[in-house]
Design a binder for this molecule. Sequence first.
Ligand code: PMP
Length: 384
Amino acid sequence: MADTRAIRYFDHAATSWPKPPVVAESMIRAMEDAGGNPGRSAHELGLAAARTVERARSAVASLLGATDPRDIAFVPGCTEALNLVLKGGLKPGDRVIVSSVEHNAVVRPLAALAEAGIEVIRVASDEEGLIDPDAVELVLREQPARMVVCQHASNVTGAIQPVGDIADIAHEHGAVFVVDGAQSAGHLRIDLTDLGADAYAAPGHKGLLGPQGVGVLYLARGFEPQELVQGGSGGRSEDSRQPRTRPERYEAGTPNTFGIAGLGAAAEYLRAHGDEIRARERTLIRRLVDGLSDIAGIRVLGPRAGSERVPVASVVHSTREPDEIAFALDRRYGIAVRAGVHCSPWTHEAIGTAETGAVRFSVGWSTTDDDIEVALQAMAEACA
Ligand code: PMP
């Protein structure tokens, strides 16, 4: 077994690690004390499981500012949530406008939909990877669309998109607005009542600090995409059609109760400590970006120094390949980063790094001042 105490973990944008201890504790407790099938069996263990799921739903709703917990569906992940919204909210002949910096979780379902007769129009970002709301408006004025899709924050550059302004523009032009919140949930304070998104998708395992295998889909009232999966919901079983009620419509089959228990505990943890965690992440990423920018040959991608970003910073070096740097950091210093294109070839195309990819550092709730110092020293040596 690896000695994980020695790892300096800079891969929170891929998945947060470690998790707050309450996460595993609540998963084990659910397995032991709430091991029935939630919403199905009326015996004590089934009811305990249902209470576990509903408590988690309320915690997540409250963390993300959704007024009605029924507007939160638990799904297997952010990718599944995005697939649901795109495939269930668009039909052949529709047009969708999408930012040019999306992750493959958006790009690939849209490529499949394009083959099924849906027109996909990309709005270019600037060289920092930011989307200008006026550019979205320009397209919408000429080419009305059913849907506008934009990430909240980039998993490559850390850029935070002006989603509130894009939401207003989408709505003025009669489009629904879908937000990929994979890199914002947990790392930014989210108020879904205010954000203007008709759909917001988030993985439970990144900034929300839960386990892998459960994600969150928020749907505003009035946006009712077709469900992706039909099946048992525990109620109205005599009806062969999928229920239209929330959240049952979007949660066919037995859920990941233990994963949801972990996510619920993580959401409660973030409700108590989120502001403090976010403030620390902002300080640490700023220090990391400043330090990396000072190393000869290094270019930090994305928002210019001093701009707000989620705690993600990707870099390229004038002569060293990203893989070479990541390998050296791992083997020589026990520093875990991610090299490559991060499932986001569109973003790398937009910012001019499609050929090389980049080395990505992402910090999180468990990152320390010492981690930053060690990483900067290691980068200076690895790039010397
Ligand atoms: N969108 C973005 C911006 C992401 O960074 C990720 C995860 N890398 C996803 C979507 C998909 O998340 P998941 O793999 O957890 O479904």
